[in-house]
Design a binder for this molecule. Structure first.
Ligand SMILES: Nc1ncnc2c1ncn2[C@@H]1O[C@H](COP(=O)(O)OP(=O)(O)OP(=O)(O)O)[C@@H](O)[C@H]1O
Ligand SMILES: [Mg+2]
Length: 220
């Protein structure tokens, strides 16, 4: 599903460059549930953003389902992203003043899917995450765990093959975090490939494999 070869990422820093990813080589197979762990600042989010086509590497190759995507322009990145990838963030990243149903409809409307069909599928996705009773609530009328479940519904509504989650339980207490992990586990059992960043060993334990990143490199 994902083949990264010698992925580098650096940023200009005065006259110099700051190299954050120093040659990441990594394969993640279809259907895997992988956790990425590593110290703060080691490059985990940078790597996730590259895998999620929210950012481009400075060098290296990235095959997503056999397609080279390392050097796509922003438009093509957005196209591939909207069809194949669902993203879940630590801070939920929901839009304020928009109810849960409309949040989850957004990615479908962006794909040009008709409102009626988008609404049907959004209701279904919210049902999967157990939020059928909360579809008319805005983010400020939902608990943290409920907000993250809306975000998961938004990530899965397009039926992406790949779900990326950057510290999905980072802002939640352990009980609510477990509910979120149970949903991700369920999605993985249904065939979704999941890559998740976490600092918590208990959360990483839900994954089948842990990839350790230190100082911009993979340590197995
Ligand atoms: N746009 C940017 N410009 C310059 N440096 C950046 C940029 N984005 C990230 N960095 C640097 O890259 C390094 C890795 O950041 P990253 O967010 O990937 O870390 P992380 O492993 O996700 O950390 P955390 O566990 O704290 O979330 C950090 O030192 C950060 O300061
Ligand atoms: Mg991070």
């Amino acid at each position: 599903m994902i083949t990264l070869q010698n992925i580098m990422k650096s940023y200009p820093l005065g006259k110099d460059r700051l190299t954050v990813l120093k040659g990441i080589t990594l394969t993640i197979k279809k259907g895997e549930f992988a956790a990425i762990m590593g110290p703060s600042g080691s490059g985990k989010s940078t790597l996730m953003n590259i895998i999620g086509l929210l950012d481009t590497p400075t060098d290296g190759s990235y095959l997503l389902e056999e397609q080279e995507v390392a050097n796509l322009n922003e438009n093509d990145q957005a196209l591939v992203r909207s069809r194949r990838i669902g993203f879940v963030f630590q801070a939920f990243n929901l839009l304020p003043r928009m109810d849960a149903l409309r949040q989850v409809m957004q990615p479908l409307l962006y794909q040009g899917i008709h409102r009626t069909e988008a609404e049907r599928r959004a209701r279904e996705a919210l049902h999967i995450v157990g939020l059928s009773e909360r579809i008319a609530h805005n983010p400020n009328e939902l608990s943290g765990g409920q907000q993250q479940r809306v975000a998961i519904a938004r990530a899965l509504v397009t039926d992406p093959a790949l779900i990326l989650a950057d510290e999905p339980t980072g802002a939640l207490d352990s009980h609510t975090g477990k509910e979120v992990m149970d949903i991700l586990t369920q999605l993985n059992k249904q065939g979704k490939t999941i890559v998740m960043v976490t600092h918590e060993p208990d959360v990483a334990a839900f994954a089948h494999r842990t990839i350790h990143i230190r100082d911009g490199l993979v340590h197995s």
